[in-house]
Design a protein around this ligand. Structure first.
Ligand SMILES: Nc1ncnc2c1ncn2[C@@H]1O[C@H](COP(=O)(O)OP(=O)(O)OP(=O)(O)O)[C@@H](O)[C@H]1O
Ligand SMILES: O=C(O)C1=C[C@@H](O)[C@@H](O)[C@H](O)C1
Ligand SMILES: [Mg+2]
Length: 172
């Protein structure tokens, strides 16, 4: 089974993926990192040299070619292309829903994320545009503002069990 963690930059996808991996004993993949390895360059350099559109194409290519079962910590912008959402739908999609205020506090000193730069109003606009996209792509939504990464991982594991029971019941 593929479990996709989706959410805005700083929502905790990478952190939670590590905990969930231990909780359910499934390896986790860092989508951004895999793209960097394939392309042999950092995402920030990709944005600078080839632009965002190129990077978005690399995200689609990653999803198209993903074979193994794993927990996938996706890139924060994976939902901006409709085509990507149909790939996500082949797995179980978990949206880590974190408020704008909490995102800002978590990323206060971040300098590494190419789209976490510039005017606050631009960043907030991006967040607001994406919120409904994350929600509609999700099979389940976790409110993740005030819980620890471990608590969130356990909650996801619980929802996966529910999902599994649901499928089993349908067959009966
Ligand atoms: N549940 C949490 N509570 C408090 N802080 C958290 C929580 N989850 C993650 N963080 C912190 O928030 C920051 C961002 O987390 P993380 O890198 O996991 O987010 P991300 O969703 O993977 O971001 P990106 O999409 O940019 O890769 C980190 O400093 C992390 O330690
Ligand atoms: O929110 C976004 O669009 C991005 C988030 C990061 O995970 C990276 O995938 C990249 O920096 C773009
Ligand atoms: Mg991450």
């Amino acid at each position: 089974m593929k479990i996709f963690l989706i959410g805005f930059m700083g929502s905790g996808k990478s952190t939670v993926a590590g905990h969930l991996s231990k909780e359910i004993n499934l390896p986790y993949i860092e989508m951004d990192q895999q793209i960097e390895e394939r392309e042999g360059m950092k995402i920030s350099a990709m944005f600078e040299q080839f632009g965002e559109k190129y990077f978005r194409e690399m995200e689609t290519k990653f999803l198209e070619t993903l074979k193994e079962d794993a927990i996938i910590s996706t890139g924060g912008g994976v939902v901006v292309k409709t085509e990507n959402i149909s790939h996500l739908k082949k797995g179980f999609v978990v949206f880590l829903d974190v408020s704008w205020e909490e995102i800002c506090s978590r990323l206060e000193n971040d300098t590494d994320r190419p789209l976490w730069r510039g005017e606050d109003s631009e960043k907030k606009k991006r967040y607001e545009i994406r919120l409904p996209l994350y929600k509609s792509a999700a099979d389940t939504i976790i409110h993740a503002d005030t819980k620890t990464p471990q608590q969130i991982a356990r909650e996801i594991a619980g929802r996966l069990k529910q999902e599994h029971r649901g499928h089993t019941n349908h067959k009966e």
